[in-house]
Design a protein around this ligand. Structure first.
Ligand SMILES: [Zn+2]
Length: 477
């Protein structure tokens, strides 16, 4: 889900270091993609009449953040009501800011307390992350059976590191954080996602959609933009204002607080778009808002209705790139093409979820492809990447560095999807992708879902197999 960095960065001549073929080691999950009601029937060649609905037993998550007066740290409380679809003895949360691509900038997420009627204890696991660890495991007193619910509350503290292209940071008067609270690492139908962090510029998380309420207390002079439909802020009290939002299908949340000037618009499809620019920002507020509205309209033409009722976009200082979160984007470069890529992630990652560790191409290659369909001349997808050796469909620990990851997953992956579309027929391919999107909405998709959606287009499958995006293991059994 990590947005690509600025085009110049990925277009630079990354040296590919010793790409060997490791597609054989890319394990397809043996379990179905989701046990939710949203899982498609394994019926080849069919397409759902309507977009799948989210799992009615999805988690309920309440997040309460307080940004400190000096704007360099956040304290918070997270309450999770969790109903697993298989038996568990623990809850596992991912502490994304402690990862090796984030912690060195000074970001740090610590759990200060955990409580709940069924809680025995909480403990950290390193998982390849920095101190105090990349995972926080909450052991339960007894087994929690499938379909049973438990409520767990976590208090946490988040240090915001120096401004950089990252999910968490502070730069001058603006603070932002995403994946800034312990992230429930549950993959329905599969189990806990305990994947180790990797030192690449990309995500490794997997999280289910949750019925989410967010509250943010911030110094009164700041404007808050965040995931979900926002209410008007409270009246100032004690030098602070409180902002709230709700999003019924959020996998994660993002918050930006700064002296933003906001612009609002409603798209023809009914999405409320709120954009914010900083004083002396790179793009006028009305222009930036118009870019966002246009991107939504262009993508809806072939991907179907925008997944959320609202989209908020904060234009941060130009660190080069953008990072997508459910119904919220940190745009950190004044590029309409990069913005289209991030908006495309609202479908691929936001709605059609994926294990960003196991199958990063399911969000990054598809977002790159969608951007190239909208802006064929943008050059964000380098079609010369198609013959590069190495798999599109590797897991995050199979790429040796960020440059190789970008070249194979974004560039070769986007180019392979474009070539598959050209080979199979523009409209037939677009229709099959639309079926994939509707069938896997709000679940965590797998390459097998892509295979199933393209099963009537063998020419497209052949291109994706040739690019090592799909493999034999992904074929329906
Ligand atoms: Zn991306």
């Amino acid at each position: 889900m990590r947005a690509r960095r600025a085009a110049a960065a990925t277009a630079a001549a990354f040296l590919l270091t010793g790409c060997t073929s490791f597609a054989d080691t890319v394990a397809a999950p043996e379990s179905p993609p989701s046990a939710s009601a949203a899982a498609p029937e394994p019926d080849e060649g069919t397409c759902p009449a309507e977009r799948a609905e989210p799992d009615p037993d999805r988690p309920e998550i309440s997040l309460d953040f307080t940004l400190s007066d000096d704007r360099r740290s956040v304290t918070g409380t997270e309450t999770v009501v969790f109903t697993p679809d298989r038996d568990v003895r623990e809850l596992v949360f991912r502490l994304v800011p402690n990862g090796p691509d984030s912690a060195p900038a000074g970001n740090r997420l610590v759990v200060d307390d955990v409580r709940g009627d069924d809680v025995a204890q909480g403990r950290y696991e390193a998982a390849g992350a920095g101190d105090p660890g990349g995972l926080y495991v909450v052991d339960l007193e007894d087994e929690l059976g499938a379909g049973e619910s438990t409520e767990v509350t976590l208090d946490f503290s988040l240090a915001l590191g120096s401004g950089a292209f990252d999910r968490v940071g502070v730069e001058g008067p603006v603070s932002w954080w995403a994946s800034g609270a312990p992230l429930l690492a549950w993959e329905p139908g599969v189990g806990w996602a305990r994947d180790a962090f990797v030192p690449l510029s990309g995500e490794t998380a997997s999280s289910p959609v949750a019925d989410t309420v967010v509250t943010v207390s911030a110094p009164e002079d700041l404007t808050v933009l965040m995931t979900g439909a926002q209410a008007e802020p409270s009246a100032p009290s004690g030098g602070r204002r409180t902002w709230t939002s709700e999003e019924p299908v959020a996998r994660d949340v993002a918050v930006a607080a700064g002296p933003f000037t906001t612009t609002e618009a409603t798209t023809p499809g009914g999405t409320r778009v709120t954009t914010g620019v900083l004083p002396e920002g790179d793009v006028p507020g009305d222009v930036f808002n118009a870019w966002t509205v246009e991107a939504i309209g262009d993508l809806e033409e072939f991907l179907g209705p925008f997944p959320y009722e609202t989209l908020s976009v904060a234009l941060l200082p130009d660190f080069g790139g953008g990072i997508e979160y459910p119904s919220m984007i940190f745009e950190a470069t004044p590029s309409p093409e990069v913005l289209v890529h991030e908006v495309a992630h609202q479908w691929f990652y936001g709605m059609v979820g994926n294990s960003q560790f196991r199958d990063p191409w399911l969000d990054e290659a598809f977002a790159s492809w969608a951007e190239a369909v909208v802006d064929p001349g943008s050059g964000l997808v380098s079609e010369e990447a198609l013959p590069l050796p190495g798999p599109v469909g590797g897991a995050m620990d199979q790429y040796s560095n960020s440059g190789q990851y970008f070249r194979l997953v974004y560039d070769k992956g986007g180019a392979a999807l474009l070539e598959a579309q050209r080979t199979a027929g523009e409209e037939a391919f677009a229709a099959a992708v639309r079926c994939y999107v509707d069938a896997t909405a709000w679940s965590i998709a797998t390459p097998a879902d892509v295979y199933r959606a393209l099963s009537d287009l063998p020419a497209a499958l052949a291109v994706l197999e040739g690019a090592e995006a799909l493999g034999e293991d992904d074929a329906p059994r």
